[in-house]
Design a protein around this ligand. Structure first.
Ligand SMILES: Cc1cc2nc3c(=O)[nH]c(=O)nc-3n(C[C@H](O)[C@H](O)[C@H](O)COP(=O)(O)OP(=O)(O)OC[C@H]3O[C@@H](n4cnc5c(N)ncnc54)[C@H](O)[C@@H]3O)c2cc1C
Length: 194
């Protein structure tokens, strides 16, 4: 049983998992929580060369960026990164069932959809598919959560199509979930000692 299952491990999904796992390490209320990320390997950033991402060296390929982000997440043993395609999500807060196209099944208390803006093929009643509000190209989609315990991050949440906004959206969703567990607003900050 996972505390949070993230569907989609591109920019926003991995950013969400990183912030959740960091929260589980720093906050007592999140200790022992486990996180799942399922990704089918088609992040848009894999097609990019990054010359305008804040804090990222000019010319970094999207592949290099994603590998670095993945390595950051893999430092946390409470995150399970799974390669695969989610085909169905059912259930309700505290008891979601995530089914993969190869038949594997996982359970989670919360679910985050971070599936990008191209299409949405997951069988579920938990989100509504709507036109993407801010895509530079027509025909793109976004998702609207329809149930408690369901969150959407990145381009799937209607964000503008930039790495920084997608990452920020994933972080924002993670902080919302951490804050729900804490019963107050929480963020993860460290300071230089001395
Ligand atoms: C050619 C190109 C160049 C770009 N250049 C720049 C740039 O220079 N600067 C910049 O800021 N941004 C750039 N971008 C935009 C940037 O890549 C996106 O904004 C960012 O990747 C969006 O993050 P996301 O997490 O919302 O979606 P993605 O990173 O696309 O991640 C979505 C993930 O969900 C997975 N997924 C989908 N459905 C399922 C499922 N059912 N089960 C499991 N996994 C699933 C996909 O495989 C994918 O890995 C560029 C994009 C492209 C295409």
């Amino acid at each position: 049983m996972y505390s949070v299952a993230v569907v989609g491990g591109g920019v926003s999904g991995l950013s969400c998992a990183l912030t959740l796992a960091d929260g589980a390490r720093r906050f007592d209320f999140a200790k022992g929580k486990k996180f799942l990320v399922v990704d089918s390997g088609n992040s848009d950033v894999l097609k990019a060369v990054l010359n305008n991402v804040p804090g990222v060296k000019k010319g970094t390929t999207g592949e290099e960026y994603l590998e670095f982000l993945k390595a950051q997440v893999e430092e946390f043993e409470d995150v399970n990164l799974v390669e695969g395609e989610v085909s169905e999500v059912t259930g309700s807060k505290g008891n979601f069932k995530i089914v993969l196209s190869d038949g594997r099944e996982f359970k989670a208390d919360f679910v985050v959809f971070a599936t990008g803006f191209h299409s949405f093929d997951v069988k579920t009643d938990l989100v509504e598919v709507i036109p993407h509000p801010r895509s530079p190209r027509p025909g793109k989609i976004a998702l609207k959560p329809k149930a408690e315990g369901v969150y959407v991050a990145g381009l799937a949440a209607g964000e503008i199509t930039m790495v920084a906004t997608a990452a920020g959206s994933g972080v924002d969703v993670a902080c919302e979930i951490l804050s729900e567990w804490a019963g107050k607003v929480v963020v993860g900050h460290d300071r230089i000692s001395g």
